[in-house]
Design a protein around this ligand. Structure first.
Ligand code: FES
Ligand code: FES
Length: 159
């Protein structure tokens, strides 16, 4: 069946079964491999994308449930204000180790910052607890989110 989906500001027509996971449409049909497969059961966060701005596990999101929602992936999150600040903080603090989980980490962190310009520790714990990092980069992730939030605050104060 043909579905028209909006990804990173562009429309794509894909011909797949309705119960196909968005993750596999991104990776296998459209060749957008920045979104990672980890568990396939909404347990690790590696596959996180934004659906209308909300951090969403693409491994359990069927293509027939997406409708007209705007999907953003790691390939374009840097074009958003929050995503740009998060990615810069990730670079500044050398957050990444092996990197496998980091697309999902950045997508969850960007969604958090877009909805909460000044997240506290509890907010960060709540937003990031579903993103697993086998390399244990959690301390740097927390610091990078705080640094990105400070850069947001500085801009707001200047603006
Ligand atoms: S692959 Fe989707 S949460 Fe693990
Ligand atoms: S950086 Fe290796 S799993 Fe997170």
């Amino acid at each position: 069946m043909a579905f028209t989906i909006k990804i990173n500001g562009a429309s794509h027509v894909v011909d797949v079964d309705g119960d196909t996971a968005l993750l596999w449409v991104l990776r296998d049909v459209l060749g957008m491999t920045g979104t990672k497969f980890g568990c396939g059961m909404a347990l690790c966060g590696a596959c996180t994308v934004h659906v209308d701005g909300a951090a969403t596990r693409s491994c359990i999101t069927t293509i027939d449930s997406v409708g007209d929602a705007a999907i953003t992936t790691i390939e374009a999150v840097g074009e958003t204000s929050a995503g740009r600040k998060i990615q810069q903080a990730w670079l500044d603090l050398d957050v990444v180790q092996c990197g496998y989980c980091q697309s999902g980490q950045i997508m969850s962190a960007s969604a958090l910052l877009a909805s909460n310009a000044h997240p506290g520790d509890a907010d960060i714990d709540d937003a990031m607890s579903g993103n697993i990092c086998r390399c244990g980069t959690y301390v740097r992730i927390r610091e990078a989110i705080k640094q990105a939030a400070l850069s947001t605050g500085a801009k707001e104060q200047r603006g």
